[in-house]
Design a protein around this ligand. Structure first.
Ligand SMILES: Cc1cc2nc3c(=O)[nH]c(=O)nc-3n(C[C@H](O)[C@H](O)[C@H](O)COP(=O)(O)O)c2cc1C
Length: 354
């Protein structure tokens, strides 16, 4: 059953930011944890191996409410070193997909509308907006300070592509963001490598050499703070293997997957999300579960083969408790849900009751 979502797709980003979260995240009820936290998340004990990935928790208020409702590992939405605007409304639409959004299907067009129904898949198109560091450093510091026992806030960030082809300044921007997050007191960080790569039209994670440079530079900046990389779905297993071989001992965790891109149209076949660069948009929710599970299985096999130690965080299409169990069975050490959690505000509590 779909609840009233805590981020309201019918409202603008600014309205959500100012007046959200909505639905039952707006009430004052705080879930009471039982017993002691036993799961080890990069050296920090948490009550459950479950949480919300970068995205839906757009500021401190959203993040705190997620913690109140028992989501024990929460990622504050990806931040940047400078203020960055959000794409215009709508930012979230329902997409009609029959079954799995396979690679073949993603090459075609998907019809989107405002009818959010199960099995739910959505497209999200924000453009990774960010408040200025002046705002988010204080906002994050306050949430981190108030986090209760057995819960943790992860700081998500990315570097910004300037389009000037200067690779050093691109990499330095990642390091500056990491430093700013470190100064805000976050204990675990996640860098989004499924972001645009300077000087190319592709995602950074598909450039192994550059990803390694970025990861090494960040690690140098943050020292002992555990670093997770967030990656996209890799079609080719040899490319994935090589990527993991090169980066898997530099970083502490790998989170997979981000959204799968497809062309999004309305019922008349016109671009559904207006504006330049928005004909394609990332799809998440039910229809991408197959891809998240597939990546988790492969990351586990590769970890065994290479005798590496990175932690695997499974993301993509976790809509209910069964999906969570499936991810765990397939090798996810930790599991996260964005779309599922947005429309089921009690998913963490249901998982604790398993
Ligand atoms: C509203 C929304 C905003 C998102 N924003 C980000 C983001 O800022 N950074 C990021 O790495 N991923 C972002 N994502 C992607 C999610 O972290 C996740 O990888 C993806 O949605 C797949 O999980 P799901 O099927 O549970 O939604 C966002 C997802 C949603 C739904």
């Amino acid at each position: 059953m779909l609840h009233k979502p805590f981020y309201d797709p019918e409202k603008t980003y600014e309205d959500n930011f100012k007046n959200g979260p909505f639905g039952d995240f707006a009430d004052e009820k705080i879930f009471e944890q039982k017993g002691e936290p036993t799961y080890d998340f990069f050296g920090y004990k948490v009550y459950s191996p479950f949480g919300i990935p970068a995205g839906p928790l757009i500021n401190g208020k959203f993040t705190e409410k997620a913690l109140d409702k028992g989501f024990d590992i929460v990622v504050y939405k990806t931040v940047r070193t400078e203020e960055f605007p959000c794409h215009p409304w709508p930012n979230i639409l329902s997409v009609q997909v029959d079954g799995d959004l396979t690679q073949e299907l993603a090459k075609g067009k998907l019809i989107a509308n405002h009818n959010f129904k199960e099995p739910l898949s959505i497209t999200n198109s924000f453009g990774v907006p960010s408040r200025s560091p002046d705002f988010w450093q204080k906002d994050i510091a306050s949430v981190v300070k108030n986090t209760r026992k057995g819960q943790i806030v992860v700081g998500g960030f990315q570097g910004t592509k300037k389009g000037d082809g200067n690779i050093d300044s691109y990499i330095n921007d990642f390091c500056l963001a990491a430093k700013m997050l470190k100064d805000s007191g976050v204990k675990v960080m996640e860098v989004n490598l499924s972001c645009p790569n300077e000087g190319t039209e592709n995602l950074l994670c598909f450039d192994t050499q550059r990803s390694v440079l970025v990861a090494k530079a960040i690690k140098k900046e943050i020292g002992n703070i555990p670093l997770i990389i967030k990656i996209a779905y890799f079609k080719d297993n040899d490319i994935l293997k090589n990527f993991v071989k090169e980066i898997g001992q530099i970083v502490d965790g790998i989170s997979a997957i981000n959204t799968i891109s497809s062309e999004i149209v309305d019922s008349e076949g016109n671009q559904a999300l207006s504006g330049a660069g928005r004909s394609r948009s990332g799809v998440c929710g039910h229809s991408i579960k197959w891809a998240g599970l597939d990546m988790v299985k492969r990351l586990k096999d590769i970890r065994e083969e290479l005798n590496y130690k990175y932690t695997i965080i499974g993301v993509g299409g976790v809509m209910n408790t069964q999906d969570f169990i499936e991810y765990r069975k397939n090798g996810a050490d930790f599991v996260m849900s964005a779309t599922g959690a947005m429309w089921n505000l009690y998913l963490a509590q249901e998982i604790k009751n398993l």
